[in-house]
Design a protein around this ligand. Structure first.
Ligand code: AMP
Length: 414
């Protein structure tokens, strides 16, 4: 498998799939450019080598097709709004094509010179994109001579620009970008080469979102810490009183069977022995600490309690590999953020003691950022859904399309 560092892009036009799905405000200004910045090393490598970059991305979830967009529909989803900012970041003018692979972009792409950048219109203005249409993919492929996929956040989607397009490039002319490569290398390290003890910390609101990841973690982790709203389904399944805490009554059997499977496999499941309970879902609610399996009627557990924090901290500090997905409580409210904050600090401490830590999922990443610990963990994944599916043990189509059957995952080339 070709790695981006091995490849010299001189005189090549590289078709680069990025994830520039950034948020805009009412004035159509970018409010958080993290995703754009994350793909810069890949684009800069192409330009520095003396190649040209053709950049394509999806942008929001438009309902209109390209024709109605040209007539003025859903302008807010046009990638035109990214031109100025991208130009500043790359320090050069950005050419723009108001289509993807048909006339305008084809002409502009063919005439690109070394060091030039062309941004395509939103791939999702073509309904073919999300259907994984082959013809559309082929049309996109005519634009470049090399295909680089740096859109990890979209790697779980078998869309034309993330997956099918790769078929039209020879094995030595398709590769991961730096961001995608780092995601794959770090995920593989946790999934297949984890130094033991390996602790997975899983939290968040719903068990139903985390069933598949929990099932897979039972095969690879030594310890699984369960926190957040999802923990109460496990307590109720074992006969506990959970007041009006979050619960999924249709998942009680499943929670029981997960606990049983863990026992069979020798995996330690750690549930929060105590909780910070509130009489209301509000930061101003009355609060008390209580055992998690004995929460009074009318009260709900919104954070893990002090004994749970101590117990979880001990497990984390003994770990050599840590995977964290999902907060321990309603960390957005200050009165219920202590559990998540302390666990984040312990993950950072374990990392400074030599453990490898990978954080993924929108809310755990938000928590790590909120507590300013983002540079004290080993790796923060940029892909929410993609990260979750990867750790569920699924093969992601965007990754498979680049690899061929005999491929080893690269060990990181940056
Ligand atoms: P998820 O998207 O499943 O990772 O869930 C994240 C959300 O779960 C966050 O917005 C948290 O506020 C919420 N959450 C965490 N713990 C609890 C809890 N004990 N009760 C209600 N919501 C919670």
């Amino acid at each position: 498998m070709t790695t981006i560092n091995q490849f010299n892009f001189k005189n090549f036009r590289a078709l680069i799939r990025v994830d520039f799905n950034v948020p805009l405000n009412d004035q159509l200004e970018i409010t958080d450019d993290t995703r754009i910045r994350a793909a810069l090393p890949t684009i800069q490598k192409v330009l520095k080598d003396g190649g040209a970059a053709i950049i394509m991305t999806h942008f929001g979830r438009p309902k209109s097709n390209l024709q109605s967009v040209k007539l003025g529909a859903e302008d807010k989803y046009s990638t035109r709004h990214l031109i100025d900012h991208l130009g500043k970041l790359l320090d050069r003018p950005i050419q723009f094509a108001d289509d993807c692979g048909s006339e305008a972009s084809y002409k502009l792409a063919k005439n690109l010179k070394a060091g030039e950048v062309l941004l395509l219109e939103n791939t999702r203005f073509y309904e073919e994109e999300t259907k994984g249409d082959e013809e559309f993919a082929q049309m996109l492929a005519t634009l470049g001579e090399v295909y680089v996929n740096d859109a990890f956040g979209s790697a779980h989607r078998a869309h034309s620009s993330t997956t099918q397009v790769a078929k039209y490039f020879a094995t030595d002319k398709k590769m991961f970008g730096y961001l995608m490569e780092a995601e794959v290398v770090n995920a593989e390290k946790v999934l297949h080469q984890a130094e033991k003890p390996f602790t997975a910390i899983v939290g968040g609101a719903k068990v139903s979102d985390k069933i598949l990841i929990l099932e897979n973690l039972l095969n690879i982790a030594n310890d699984i810490i369960i926190g957040g709203g999802m923990a109460y389904t496990f307590f109720k399944a074992q006969g506990g009183q959970i007041g009006k805490s979050l619960v999924e009554d249709d998942k009680l059997d499943l929670a029981k069977s997960l606990l049983m499977k863990a026992k069979e496999k020798g995996v330690q499941i750690h549930l929060p022995v105590d909780s910070v309970a509130a009489d209301n879902f509000s930061n101003d609610a009355n609060i008390k600490t209580t055992n998690s399996d004995n929460i009074e009627d009318g009260w709900m557990g919104l954070d893990i309690g002090p004994n749970a924090i101590d117990a979880f901290s001990r497990v984390i500090l003994e770990s050599k590999t840590i995977l964290w997905n999902g907060p321990m409580g309603v960390f957005e409210m200050t009165n219920f953020s202590k559990g998540t904050e302390t666990i984040a600090k312990k993950v950072a401490e374990a990392t400074s003691n030599g453990a490898f830590s990978l954080i993924g999922g929108g809310d755990s990443v938000a928590a790590i950022n909120q507590f300013h610990l983002n540079d004290q963990v080993s790796f923060i994944s940029t892909g929410g859904g993609a990260m979750l599916e990867y750790f569920e043990g699924k093969k992601l189509p965007g990754i498979e399309a680049i690899k061929d059957a005999s491929d080893e995952i690269p060990h990181g080339s940056r």
